[in-house]
Design a binder for this molecule. Structure first.
Ligand SMILES: [Zn+2]
Length: 213
């Protein structure tokens, strides 16, 4: 099982309306998901639109596209160590073409079998905007780059992915989203609380090291 999804509703509308497991808004009541160690990766109080969710509409898309104004600061979703920085590209192109992308990767979590490494990836960042270097330890909420429109991209946004190192991407859950266990939903707007609240569970394994190439 590469990723956990809420079961899809296969039956008719009556079943859809009766089923609590469908996740159809507004049937699912607001809830506070407290287990996540991640916060939305842009500054407190700003609102982003989800242009694509975990199952994308334009492509296989195991990530979230957060649409934000170009130049908006991108923040670390969780503390960790930076493992990759690419910010030399400038051009963007449509899905029918291919053009190189910029990105930052941050590794989180202890590396033993019981608590494998996870990493978050932040794509399409603005050329020359990286504020961190490979090997640098970052705290949650630390600015790492700025939103850009680079690579296969039609508008400024951050493509945010979460994965266990060496495995497929997984759905991401954020402590600052109050519905759907914190998982961002396609076509909805979310306000970040990153930077507004100290996140107590977030300091477990921040002091990671990584040997950069
Ligand atoms: Zn994307």
């Amino acid at each position: 099982m590469l990723h956990r999804r809420r079961p899809r509703c296969a039956a008719g509308a009556a079943v859809l309306l009766l089923s609590a497991g469908c996740g159809l808004w507004p049937l699912e009541p607001p809830q506070r998901f407290n287990g996540s160690k991640y916060l939305l990766p842009w500054p407190e109080g700003k609102i982003a639109f989800v242009g694509q969710g975990f199952i994308g509409v334009f492509e296989p898309h195991l990530a979230y596209d957060f649409v934000l104004p170009e130049g908006t600061l991108v923040l670390a979703a969780r503390c960790g160590v930076v493992t990759r920085v690419v910010d030399l590209h400038e051009a963007n192109c449509p899905l029918t073409q291919d053009c190189p992308n910029n990105l930052i990767a941050i590794r989180h979590g202890r590396g033993d079998f019981a608590d494998p490494h996870y990493e978050t990836l932040y794509l399409h960042i603005q050329k020359g905007s990286a504020l961190v270097a490979c090997g640098e330890q970052v705290r949650q909420g630390q600015p790492i780059a700025r939103v850009g429109n680079v690579g296969i991209s039609m508008a400024p946004h951050i493509h945010f992915a979460l994965r266990r190192v060496g495995a497929s991407n997984e759905p991401a859950h954020f402590a600052d989203i109050d519905t759907f266990d914190g998982e961002p939903q396609f076509l909805r707007f979310y306000r970040s609380r990153n930077g507004s609240e100290p996140f107590l569970n977030n300091d477990d394994y921040c002091d990671l090291t990584f040997l950069c190439p």
